[in-house]
Design a protein around this ligand. Structure first.
Ligand SMILES: Cc1cc2nc3c(=O)[nH]c(=O)nc-3n(C[C@H](O)[C@H](O)[C@H](O)COP(=O)(O)O)c2cc1C
Length: 155
């Protein structure tokens, strides 16, 4: 199985989560590419079995570059992968980038195979690691393991 974790992160929170998921997948024997969205071309999604997208939320929206990547990728390439979504944000009770990415994937016929991983910052917090406590660690690893369990069923 080949996994890709593609993330958008301005201040590093989503990068930290992406790297932790990647480490867990690798520890389970899954070849994993983990990269920021600006380093990934649509062609690289070819042959991807497990695709994990992570984004910040800015003004209730996910990363524009992630949307552009999805738009430039043939839907069939997304549909043959098991897909998951995560995001670290500072919620205000309104829709967020995770909702937006999930809806877009559903519209493309690539329904996420597990519930999204949502990590809330208690306040605007631009210091990576301070917020990454034992509970976030536990939830992040559980998310990675759920994806592994769901992936073969999705194909
Ligand atoms: C300009 C700006 C707008 C934001 N808007 C939202 C928002 O609408 N909803 C939300 O949940 N968080 C919002 N946030 C909080 C970010 O989603 C949060 O800081 C997130 O962790 C950033 O991820 P990163 O560290 O990976 O860049 C906003 C942050 C910034 C800087």
């Amino acid at each position: 199985m080949r996994a890709m974790i593609i993330y958008a992160s301005w201040f590093g929170h989503n990068r930290v989560v992406a790297e932790r998921i990647a480490a867990q997948l690798e520890a389970r024997g899954i070849t994993t590419v983990c990269a920021p969205v600006n380093e990934i071309a649509p062609a690289e999604l070819l042959g991807c079995d497990l695709l994990v997208l992570g984004s910040y939320t800015h003004g209730h929206h996910a990363s524009r570059q992630l949307h552009e990547l999805l738009a430039a990728t043939p839907p069939v390439r997304l549909q043959r992968a098991a897909v998951g979504v995560f995001g670290v944000r500072n919620p205000d009770g309104e829709a967020d980038g995770i909702d937006e990415l999930t809806l877009r994937l559903e519209q493309l016929g690539a329904m996420p195979v597990v519930q999204p991983l949502r990590i809330n910052l208690p306040a605007p917090d631009y210091l990576p690691h301070v917020w990454f406590d034992a509970d976030v660690e536990r939830r992040t690893l559980a998310f990675a393991d759920e994806l592994i369990m769901a992936a073969p069923l999705a194909r």
